[in-house]
Design a binder for this molecule. Sequence first.
Ligand code: IPM
Ligand code: MG
Length: 356
Amino acid sequence: MEKTIAVLPGDGIGPEIVREAKKVLVAIEKKFNHKFKFTEGTIGAHAIDICGEPFPNETHDLCMNTDAVLFGAIGDLKYDNDPKAKVRPEQGLLKMRKELGLYANLRPVMAIPGLIEKSPLKNHLIEGVDFMVVRELTGGIYFGEPRGRAEDGRKAFDSNVYTVDEIERISRKAFEFARNRNKKLTAVDKANVLATSRLWRETIQELHKEYKDVELEFMFVDNAAMQIIQNPKQFDVIVTENMFGDILTDEASVITGSIGLLPSASLGVHTSVYEPIHGSFPQATGQNIANPLATILSAAMLLEYSFGLFEEAKTIKEAVDKSLEAGIVTQDLSANNYYNTSEIGRWVSDYILGDL
Ligand code: IPM
Ligand code: MG
């Protein structure tokens, strides 16, 4: 198979982790006789430094004209500490999501057998956990208008806005995933307070008529935050709005033992984007210590969802499991006996090529 992949390393540890994921994709290319053509683009603080824009037109065009996008991370301390900055790196990520129409963000959460001990949660609670968060990604409070500051600067506001169409398309995806998994969908909202959440409920209830084989339940987000820690095995597919999904998936990463392990796929109208759920970890930049596995697993999702290469995706996941079993892990998973970022990438690709 011949395919093109746009690679957007971004900021902080982005270039280091993306390099390893690319290494793994090259191993897959060799083993299975495919041809992947990688083209690099700029985004985030890196792009602002080069051209003043966090998501330049060239990067937009690159993404629109490729078969899939592999993305690293975005964010830089110099902007975090400057709330008055006019352009922010994160705007690049949001712009990319909006312009590519990436409304469905899939974030699988799984207990990994070799790592159960690493989670601060009790083993019996997390053994066998396997659910998927379907996060809405192009609406809600991240994008709603009006937003901004009052003229005197002493008041600020954001708007949480959702249309029936936006709710329906993401919920349809979630119902479809549930139908192909264990047929249970939990819709997380704050319908006791928010008008948008009540519209979500109404729309999902209506849509449920087409998915009678899927069990549907509603859960308030504050309760869901507790249930994810207290009894995570109850979940199969969770669907929720942009902001709740952002928060709940960081929380859910505690189940796997490290946020450095959670991949994601963003699907929608145009080219799909694959990225780790974690941020740019600026403190670790250039030190070769960041965990590349979330990005490597995102590359596996890319093969599966964009190219339909299931066997190849499985090969990556298996190699990652083996590396964890063998204790070939970064600092976040083993404080004393650890390997660096590039050693993990090399081990996983050597394993794939049968060179170990
Ligand atoms: C994520 C990140 C982003 C988000 C930030 C970097 C804008 O936290 O992908 O979860 O809030 O969506
Ligand atoms: Mg987040």
